[in-house]
Structures are given as C-alpha cells and as structure tokens.
Design a protein around this ligand. Structure first.
Ligand code: PRX
Length: 727
C-alpha cells in the first residue's frame, strides 16, 4: 500500500496492481496509518468490473485528450444530443486573462438546440416515454406521486403554453419561488422550452431577499405556491411573495402574473390572500392548455438561467448560465461521477433552489433519462431514519447529499440506518463542503455497508457542474479528498502572488482554461464578474477556495478563503444538541414539549458575511457588526456575529433575539447568527479596516493564536472582546 504515487494526474506513475491484490470491499490503510493522506479506499472488483471508467489508465487517456484537444473531446460528446443546427467551426472561444481584454467564454456558439427538448422529447422519442422520470415523495410518509417521461413532457408543455399565453417570451426572466414539488422541475423545464430564463429563489429566503432578486432581474411572471409543510411546520409562501411583490412595486417593478400552485397538503386555497388580476391558481388554468408545445430553438450561448449566490459584498450575484455548454457538461459529469446506468434510481437531497438542484436534480439526470426522486420534506422527519426508508421504498441506487446531513444522521445513531436494508445503494455522493474523514467513514461503512464508493464532488454555483470528483470505479479514494479533476478541468494551485505551485503544495484553488459548464457573467455586472473571479490571479479563474495537493496528486479542499461562509444547514436543531445526550427525537418532544425545529435539507447555503452584517446594522440599535464563520459540529460552519450597539443601549437577551429576528427576516432563517458576541468596539487597523483574522480566533477561542495586535488602532479592544466572550 502507499505504492500508488503520482505527482499529478497528467504524469502519474501508476501502480495498479495494488488494487487487484486488495481484498474486495476492504478499507485499506496505507503506510503507517499516520495520516489521512495515506488512507486508500479501493472500489471493489465487482464495482470496477462494471464501471464506465474502470481504471486510472482509462481515465488518464480520456483526461489527456480532454486537455490536449478540448474541441474534439467535447464536440464528440455534444454530438450525442439533439441540435437543430450544428455549432460553427469554432467549438469554443475563450479569454480568461484580464490582461488580454474582456473575459469571454463561449461553447458551441452557433449551435441551435433546446435543453428541455433534450431532457424530455429526446427520451420519449427513443422509447423511454414510459420510464419514470420523477418519483415524488411528500413531507408526510405515504404521500407520494410519480410522472413518466411522457407525462412530464405533457405537463411541461401545458405550463409552457400558459406562460406563452400570458406574454412570456424568449429572453424574459421568470422568478420561481417553489418548494420541492414536481411543479418545480416542471417550471424550470417549461421556461427552458420557451427560451425564458428561470431564476429559482430557494423557498426559504425571506420576502426581502426575494424582492431584491425580483428587482434585479425584473421578471415577466412569478411562480409560487400557497404554502408548504416542512416537518410539522406550515410555511406560508404566498404571504412571503405578496410582501416581496409589494416591496418591488415600490421601486416601480410591478409584476402582472403571480401563478400560484395550490399545495393542498399544506393549506387550502380559501385561506390564501389573493390579489385579483395578478394572482391566478395554477390548477385553474394550466391543465386547460394543450399537452404539446413547439420548442423555442435557442443558440447554445443564449441564457438558460440565473441563480443568485452570495459573494463577499452585501449584494447577491446573479450567476448566469447559458444553454449548450451547461447541457453537455451537467449531463457528462452526472454520467461519469455517479457511474450512471439506465436502471439506476437516483436521489439528490438538495433543493432546486440551489445549484445542486439545478444541475443534479433536474438537468444532468434528465438529460441522461434517469429516474429522479424529488423529496418535499425534511430528512429527519418523522425520524432520522426517513432517508433510508425512502431509499428502500424506491430502491435508490445513487444517493447524493451534503456532509451536514451525514454528520447529523451519524449523531442520531446507527440504529436509524441499520433497521433499513439499503441493499439497492451503489454509489454515494457528497457536496457542499469538505467532508471530514470521520463522517466519510461513517457514510461509507454504515450507510453504504463498506460497499459503495463515495463521490465527493467539489464544484460551485459558478462552475455549473463537478470540477474535482472521484470517478467511482477508477481509482481508490481517500476519505476527505475530492481526488482528481474531471475531464477538461485544469486545476491550478497558486500562491498569493499567483504563481502556480507544482507537486505537493497548498494555496488558492484556481482553474486554467474554460470548461463548457462555466458561468458566462454576473447578470448585469460583467465588471464584478471580472473583478471577483479573474482579477485576483490573472490568467486563471479563482474559485475563492483554499486547497492542497498531496504527494499522490489528490486534491484536498480546505474551505473558503474569502468572506463567504458555507453554512450547510438543514438539520433538526436544536434537537441535534439533545441527540448528543443519546436521547431520541421523541424524548426531545417529551422533555421540551416541542417539536424539533426542522429545516429543509439542502446541499448548500452560501452566505456572504457582508450580507449578514448589513442586515444586522439595519437594526436601529446596532451601530456596527462584523461576522465571521466558525467551525460548527453539524453545519460545517456556523455564523458568529460581533455586534456593537448604539451609544447607551444596554445588552439584553431580548435585543439579542431581536437582532437574530432581523437577520431571519431580511435574508432567511438559515442566515440567522448562531452566536451574537457583544462588542464595545471592533479590532480595526489605523485605516479603519476590521481585522477579521483576530475575530476568527476569538470566535473559535484560539486565544493564544491571536498574532500581532500592535497594528490595531486600539489594541485594548481585543481584551474587552475576550472578557465578553461568554456573555
Ligand atoms: O467552498 C466550496 C464548497 O462550496 C462552495 C460552493 O458553494 P455553492 O456555490 O453554494 O455550491 C454548493 C454546491 C456545489 C465551494 O466554493 N464546496 C462545494 N463542494 C465541496 C466544497 N468544499 C469541499 N468539498 C466539496 N466537495
């Protein structure tokens, strides 16, 4: 063991014999067990024997071609889709170097296609019309539904016809604020069918966040539902939309159409507030439309969707993805990273309000004609065995989730897992943050019975699809490492001067050259696109993540290096705290006389510290705030806010609560600070810049690592903060 060495995937010195001599299904520990870097977990012979890419050699051969001949590599793959007209002579054109002019990325320009056609009509026409496209599992066990590819196509066409009828045209934006009902992917596909740009806003964002997004993209229509039940709690979504629409109307953005799905499992229509003329029930109009609808053929570079994500300033960024490259990339990454087979049943626990739900609930799987599970509820409701109940019910083979869920289920106890069979599972997946090795091992050994490889996929809203990911049958994994780059991706680890580091190293993770799924701009702000992603290290796309590469060439993501916090937040807090005491969820209910607060499952909530700060300072009694991320047992990272109050305002528990409520109201519940730390002053340099480095150390109680505080305008502030640490 430990003989599998390669400085980088392009010139690995591969010794594959170690795999064949390795006992099937065993976790093989390398060298002296000393470091995680040397722990290799091999795919079983059975798994590799049937895998699409069954060896490292095969991967290297394909990877090499993807780098040396991207045009040939990707156009061969793209040709498997339907194009009304083929792209022009140039398969792609790019400039990722700000020193050479404007940043520009184009793939398959001139190619005319439609992603909805490729997801649905193409599957129906090739004989898969009767295959299940979506199994829908409701919040309450026992509430479910399904749609075949033919039925899904019909539903999509009806909505597409309705949207056309109310004046939505190619290039218009449509804002979607829906929970995980089948109507969410239906809406995305219907927009794509008519060339409209969908902008899905996670239905956990507040009315203010929704209004901000509506005002930015000025949609022709808003699509929502009256309410949703998450766990035992009813959330009145239409009320949130009403407030957002009133808010945007004040800025002159008035919306003529608010199509509202009646989600009877949560609330009846009679209880829903209504604005005649603007609001219309989905069920009253959409089913009346024809079940066929002409496709709007679009250029590969026409926009497909906008998805707002957090950056390091207060204003969310409208990440814009276009059609052709995104289509080819999501389909290909899905196929290889999960070693997809047509008989698979695939479940990704993410919500379509995030990129994971775009690329790997809707587009990637459906482009492959896969059967997908759409789950409305919370993964720990009614108890932490729900996921495995669903896995057994639908015979799920591919299960893709986030480390936060893995950790919280791990804490709930193995018995919730082992009481279910889980025999159908083949491949497990992880996304959203680095998965810590102990959670990885639990996922592998307990959930996957030491049988299912784990694809730890590193990627971002901006990248559209997987960038660094295992190909599950091709090489051994190391718990906690996303392993190697996907085809066509050239990662570069650079130092602070932008110098590319070779071999074993740590630094900033960048990417050289474009890949088809890359985002093309930030909506309405190309300059911010260039400044944020391409100026920090000229010649490269900068991911915002830190990363190291070990002696074997494996990549290890270490988290954000900018002011963005990855809160992977879904769990049944505060029950999680009780579960540490080995109490069951029912003990919790008994003791506290409360149902646990159940959040939606999701692969990611990315929050800019500046967004939370600006929400806090909007509170009349807050004069200044500084927010940092701290390690959090379940969420990965927690939100820690230092707050300075206005002169003369005393600290109080009530005020603390009211600050938290302000953030929940302005951004959403998932952005609520886990800790408010009273700060008489903040540590600032003489030029007034807050030294977050010091705040991070105080937040994580690493008080002996505060470093040099002498450059602070007032070093005594630090002592005051430490004194107030436990207040
Ligand atoms: O920090 C990285 C982390 O999530 C960030 C991207 O967040 P978002 O755009 O919300 O997309 C989440 C779903 C793709 C990255 O910059 N991240 C994502 N996946 C991983 C990860 N960190 C480590 N390992 C991963 N597998």
């Amino acid at each position: 063991n430990g003989i599998w060495r390669h400085p980088c995937p392009m010139n690995m010195n591969v010794v594959t014999s170690s795999r064949s001599s390795c006992p099937i299904n065993a976790v093989v520990l390398g060298e002296a067990l000393a470091s995680e870097e040397s722990e290799l977990v091999f795919p079983s012979k059975d798994f590799s024997g049937q895998a699409m890419v069954a060896s490292l050699e095969k991967y290297l051969e394909m990877y090499k071609r993807s780098i040396e001949d991207p045009a040939g590599f990707w156009s061969d793959i793209a040709s498997q889709f339907y194009w009304k007209e083929k792209w022009g002579k140039q398969v792609y054109s790019e400039n990722l170097d700000v020193r050479k002019g404007d940043i520009k990325i184009e793939w398959f320009k001139g190619g005319i296609t439609n992603i909805c056609y490729n997801c649905l009509d193409r599957n129906v026409e090739t004989g898969n019309g009767d295959k299940i496209a979506i199994y829908w599992e409701g919040n309450e066990p026992g509430s479910d539904g399904s749609l075949t590819y033919s039925q899904l196509l019909q539903k999509v066409c009806q909505l597409a016809n309705y949207l056309k009828d109310v004046g939505v045209k190619k290039g218009d934006a449509v804002v979607v604020y829906l929970p995980m009902l089948m109507e969410l992917p239906i809406t995305m596909l219907a927009c794509a069918r008519i060339g409209a740009i969908h902008s899905v806003v996670f239905a956990g964002f507040s009315s203010e966040s929704l209004a901000q997004r509506i005002m930015d993209c000025k949609p022709k229509a808003v699509i929502t539902c009256n309410a949703v039940k998450r766990g035992p709690k009813v959330i009145y979504l239409k009320g949130i939309v009403d407030t957002a629409l009133a808010e945007s109307a004040k800025s002159g953005i008035s919306i003529d159409v608010c199509l509202t799905y009646e989600n009877q499992s949560a609330m009846m229509r009679g209880e829903t507030k209504w604005q005649e003329g603007r609001d219309i029930w989905w069920q009253d109009v959409v089913p009346k439309y024809p079940t066929t609808c002409e496709v709007e053929w679009v250029d590969a570079e026409d926009p497909l969707f906008l998805l707002y994500t957090s950056g390091s300033t207060g204003k969310p960024k409208g990440v814009l993805h276009t059609t052709g490259g995104y289509m080819v990339y999501t389909a290909t990454t899905f196929k290889y990273a999960f070693d997809y087979k047509p008989s698979d049943v695939y479940w990704c626990t993410a919500d379509c309000g995030w990129i994971t739900g775009h690329s790997y609930v809707t587009y990637g799987p459906m482009l492959n004609g896969a059967t997908v599970i759409v789950f409305e509820g919370a993964p720990s409701y009614p108890d932490p065995g729900r996921c495995w109940d669903i896995v057994d019910k639908y015979k799920v083979t591919l299960f893709y989730t986030a480390p936060t869920l893995v950790r919280s289920l791990m804490r709930a106890g193995d018995e919730y897992v082992t009481r279910y069979s889980r025999k159908s599972l083949r491949v497990l997946g992880s996304v959203g943050e680095p998965i810590n090795p102990s959670a990885w091992r639990w996922f592998f050994n307990v959930v996957g019975d030491s049988r299912c490889p784990i694809s730890d996929t590193w990627w971002q809203t901006e990248t559209g699809g997987f960038m660094i990911t295992p190909l599950p049958g091709a090489w051994p994994q190391k718990p906690g490492s996303a392993t190697f780059p996907f085809f066509g991706v050239q990662p570069a680890i650079v130092d602070e001067k932008g110098l590319k580091l070779e071999g074993e190293c740590s630094g900033y993770l960048c990417v050289k050259s474009s890949w088809p799924g890359a985002f093309r701009t930030l909506y309405g702000d190309h300059e911010r696109y260039e400044t944020t992603y391409f100026k920090p290290f000229p010649g490269y796309y900068f991911s915002g993540d830190g990363c190291s590469r070990d002696k074997d060439g494996y990549y290890w993501l270490t988290g954000r290096v900018d002011d963005v916090i990855n809160v992977r937040y879904h769990s049944y807090l505060p029950w999680a705290a009780y579960s540490k005491m080995k109490l069951s969820i029912w003990d919790f209910v008994f003791i506290t006389n409360k149902f646990p607060v159940i959040r939606t499952c999701g692969s990611g909530h990315r929050i800019g510290t500046a967004e939370v700060e600006s929400a806090l300072v909007s509170h009349p009694q807050c004069s200044e705030a500084a927010v940092v991320g701290v390690e959090h047992e379940v969420k990965g990272q927690g939100i820690y806010a230092f707050v300075t109050l206005a002169d003369g305002v005393p600290y109080s528990e009530e005020l603390r609560k009211s600050l938290v409520v302000t953030v929940r109201k302005q951004i959403g519940a998932f952005a609520a600070p886990d800790k408010i730390h009273w700060a008489p002053g903040l540590p600032k340099t003489r030029s007034g810049k807050i030294m977050r480095r010091i705040l991070r150390k105080i937040a994580s109680r690493q008080l002996d690592e505060l470093g040099d505080t002498s450059t602070l305008a007032d070093p005594s502030v630090v002592d005051q903060l430490i004194a107030l640490s436990d207040s």
